[in-house]
Design a protein around this ligand. Structure first.
Ligand SMILES: NC(=O)c1ccc[n+]([C@@H]2O[C@H](COP(=O)([O-])OP(=O)(O)OC[C@H]3O[C@@H](n4cnc5c(N)ncnc54)[C@H](OP(=O)(O)O)[C@@H]3O)[C@@H](O)[C@H]2O)c1
Length: 333
């Protein structure tokens, strides 16, 4: 990297499952980077400050647009981890543009998600289709960025890229698979994987929709942190040519994936962990009663490959989802 004592990174979402862990990893890996984080509650800021004394905290919300503009303008790089919020991302891109020379070098990572790959107009069956597509972020890069806008994340992804191109700012959309493992974040340790585990415990048996053959690509929480830190390091490397190797904007959609797990494999594994035997077949309606996103999380799936990160030399370190499920004290599946 260039002289990292002068580098400044602005983060949003650091009290969350994803952002909390990214903050922990970046703070540890690069103690000489000046990290500034947006936090909305004073009480959370106080707790964070005790653990991260060198962290600069700005109190505000994702709707505090002038705060976002000025902090992005003062930063060398931004990582947005506080959900799809177009006005917030647009204003941070505006801030970055004000301090840019107009060349679209990588300046911001926005965490998106692979749910845009799901066609919600199709019936939810829980059963894998024989013609299921395995998406590549290299071969399918442009297709992914022109999916119908009514799909989750799709409109936000496309608008963020459109605005980045207009402003001459390089944006990376990072799309992680199902997240496995405990977050290193201070305030939120478990993500959606804990929701299924808790529902199985309550019902006394694991459950699937249909035959559960549908699968999600997955990545460990630690490997997602690692991918974010890796991309920041690449983006802040000295030498324009090296930074230009990182695809941005229309070439800037990156999957983060280690493997795939079908919902029936997961159900059988969690049953084994909890000492249950039967896997229940539930209807879409029952899944929706268990959780509003139940049909989407447990009846649909998407498989994809992190070809871009692999081309850059990045590899996931954790490749066994069962080990992450069975982690001592872990309540997730
Ligand atoms: N978890 C997953 O499995 C997964 C997988 C793929 C993609 N993603 C994506 O990753 C992103 C983060 O997910 P997550 O699981 O970390 O969510 P999370 O645990 O709910 O965290 C959300 C973060 O955003 C902050 N935030 C929300 N609204 C805000 C506002 N109005 N002003 C300031 N901060 C605000 C929250 O702050 P407070 O603590 O103050 O609420 C928190 O820090 C999302 O875009 C999600 O779609 C997640």
């Amino acid at each position: 990297m260039t002289n990292s004592s002068t580098l400044r990174v602005f983060l949003t979402g650091v009290t969350g499952f994803v952002g909390g862990s990214v903050l922990a990893s970046l703070y540890t890996a690069h103690p000489d980077i000046q990290i500034t984080a947006l936090v909305r509650k004073e009480s959370d800021a106080e707790q964070l400050q005790l653990v991260y004394p060198n962290l600069l905290i700005v109190i505000g919300t994702i709707t505090s647009l002038s705060l976002l503009t000025s902090n992005a303008a003062a930063a060398d790089f931004v990582v947005h981890m506080a959900g799809d919020n177009l006005p917030a991302v647009r204003t941070m891109i505006d801030g970055l543009a004000s301090s840019s020379d107009g060349s679209p070098l990588p300046k911001i990572i926005c965490i998106s998600g692979p749910r845009s790959l799901i066609d919600r107009s199709l019936p939810v069956t829980g059963t894998a289709s024989p013609s299921e597509k395995i998406w590549s972020d290299v071969a399918d890069a442009h297709t992914i960025l022109s999916l119908p806008k009514e799909r989750m994340h799709a409109e936000a992804d496309q608008e963020i890229i459109r605005h980045s191109i207009a402003k001459g700012v390089g944006t990376i959309l990072l799309s992680p698979g199902q997240l496995w493992g405990r977050s290193k974040g201070l305030l939120r340790k478990e993500g959606h994987a804990a929701t299924y585990y808790a529902a199985v415990k309550r019902r006394g048996r694991a459950f699937v929709i249909g035959d559960g053959s549908v699968a999600w690509s997955w990545i460990s929480k630690d490997d997602l942190d690692d991918a974010v830190v890796f991309l920041i390091e690449q983006a802040l490397k000295s030498g324009k040519e090296r930074r230009e190797q990182l695809g941005v904007n229309m070439e800037g959609y990156y999957f983060v994936q280690a493997g795939d797990v079908s919902l029936i494999e997961r159900a059988e594994a969690v049953n084994k962990r909890l000492g249950f035997t039967e896997v229940e077949r539930v209807s879409v309606e029952v899944a929706a009663e268990i959780h509003p996103f139940g049909p989407l999380m447990w009846g649909c799936g998407a498989r994809f490959r992190a070809d871009k990160l692999r081309k850059l030399g990045w590899r996931p370190k954790e490749v066994d989802w069962r080990a992450l499920m069975e982690e001592e004290g872990g309540e997730r599946a």
